[in-house]
Design a protein around this ligand. Sequence first.
Ligand code: FES
Ligand SMILES: [Fe+2]
Length: 410
Amino acid sequence: MKKAEIKNLIRKQKIDHTLDQEFYVNDEIFDLDIKNIFSKQWVFVGHVSRIPNFGDYFLFNIGNESIIIIRDRNNKIHAHYNVCRHRGSHICLEKEGNKKLLVCPYHAWSYNLDGSIQSARMMSADFDKDEWKLNGCNLQIFEGLIFINLAEEPNSFEEFISPTKKFIEFHGLSNAKIAHRQIYPTNGNWKLTLDNFHECYHCQPSHPEYCSVHDPEYIIAYGAGNNTGPESEKFNKILLDWNKKVEDMGHVVGEYSETEFNNYSRSAERTPLKEGKYTETKNGKPIAKLMGKFKEYDRGYTSVGTSPFNSLLMCNDFATLFTFIPKSTLKTDVELMWLVHKDAEEGLDYNVDEMIWMWDVTTIADKRIIENNQKGVLSNKYKPGPLSQMEKGLEKFKNWYLKQLDLVLS
Ligand code: FES
Ligand SMILES: [Fe+2]
């Protein structure tokens, strides 16, 4: 597809309808998405507790890029491109592990964990080690969350994180550890996967577990990404009452919502769970130690979107973090990480099965829905359908996406 064709296609997209088929199935558009949209975002790819010891590392792979995230002897975390400076081989081949030295499997050049060359066999006398360090990748750590950005000149991290900062900080994620991590490989384009994540029209038919802990009025209004419309009136009343109580406790309240989509699509809000529920468990009872600055259970739910590729959904006692990783045109990995207080002990303070119950069962259901959706979108008979009142969040995500793609092509 030529640039001009894609630009025309962008212009043709109808308000309050899903995207044209090409956006969900075309390989060239997928490549543009990765190189120009994903690669310009700050994306969190893990938590510091995944690599607690000197030499611990994991790989984050996206498109043609592979990034080594590794902890050095001085506890500093580095991000390097997994590309040997000799002739380009991948250096780390296992997805995770422990290495005190990064040795290329091809001709055995070796690198220190800060990316500098340790040794390069039989190179000429004028070989300058400093010139052939590993390429570093932009890295920032905020509250224990590891963010990377593949852009040559990334946006300011401070500017990026500032509107969601107070919401994340309250949950004390820097004092947390990963209690469980799971990838749900989903046979669907990343935009179809995120369309689904950004609307709750499907929650009633597909997610009885989600609906058992979230207020039905929240699902209609806030859960639909529509928190200012008339649909939200009933929930807003519930919210106002709750806000007062929670402010008296000294806990954070409020919301942030992006209105311009130039670079970012960030959001944050605190809302109450369904009456009588304290956390996202089967019986709604707390299961782990209070996290962060919470002094008592406030029945609150904090939803933060730092970009469409990441969401943090946080209860008082545990947090569920989402990373959506586009793998190919028709494949997306949905990675979930559950965090608890770092001193919480499994079996004593929390039980993994109880904690992951809601989002595990919901993400498996979403995988099924998205895969059915993708099959239909591949048909000749697919054409963009009209969106309901409860799909404003999807429309917002779609507008952000089209704007980013348009910027790339101009
Ligand atoms: S490609 Fe790595 S040492 Fe040759
Ligand atoms: Fe869902």
